[in-house]
Design a protein around this ligand. Structure first.
Ligand SMILES: [Zn+2]
Length: 181
């Protein structure tokens, strides 16, 4: 294990990033139209609301929001340190609060800290993109809803016919009883 690079009281630069939720990405499923078309075997088309860009029960928006990280280097003063098998951790104060920092994120120059911060931000952005793609994929199954509703309609039509038949039968009986009297 390498010894600590910095001493208590020393000024350092901390590599970090802010995840801003700012970028709008057009929905990959509906292309911003908010709806999808499902065609079933007989050629009937159904327009269904896109779930790729809808969050929960809210209506689809046509786009999704992704976190766009910004790399930062923050100047801090080391106030303490902890050394264990995993490495060195520094306690540090900035103008607003105190932090515990991994030695991998602490640098003597702002440039080095920014380079590392950009690396961290890129990893975060890649993970964010992966999560987004996952969301699109998960919702590829909703064509199933069309099948479900068609099945429900068929079942209700069958029941309707059954009830109409029963009612018709009852009416015919009343009719024939009247005629017999
Ligand atoms: Zn969509």
């Amino acid at each position: 294990m390498s010894p600590p690079l910095f001493a208590i009281g020393q000024d350092i630069w901390f590599a970090s990033f802010h995840p801003h939720r700012s970028q709008r990405v057009v929905c990959e499923d509906c292309g911003g139209t908010k709806s999808l078309t499902v065609i079933v075997f007989d050629g009937t088309e159904y327009a269904i609301p896109c779930q790729g860009c809808a969050s929960g029960y809210e209506a689809p928006t046509g786009y999704i929001l992704v976190y766009e990280p910004t790399a930062t280097a923050e100047g801090m003063k080391i106030t303490g340190m902890r050394i264990n098998q995993a490495g060195v951790e520094y306690e540090a104060d900035s103008s607003s609060r105190s932090y515990t920092l991994s030695d991998q994120d602490c640098f003597a120059t702002r440039e080095e800290a920014l380079a590392r911060a950009q690396q961290k931000a890129d990893v975060f952005a890649a993970e964010e993109l992966g999560r987004m793609k996952q969301k699109f994929k998960q919702h590829r199954r909703w064509a199933w809803h069309v099948t479900y509703h068609r099945r429900q309609i068929k079942e209700h039509q069958r029941q309707l016919a059954l009830h109409e038949q029963s009612l018709h039968y009852a009416q015919t009986r009343v009719q024939s009883e009247k005629e017999a009297a």
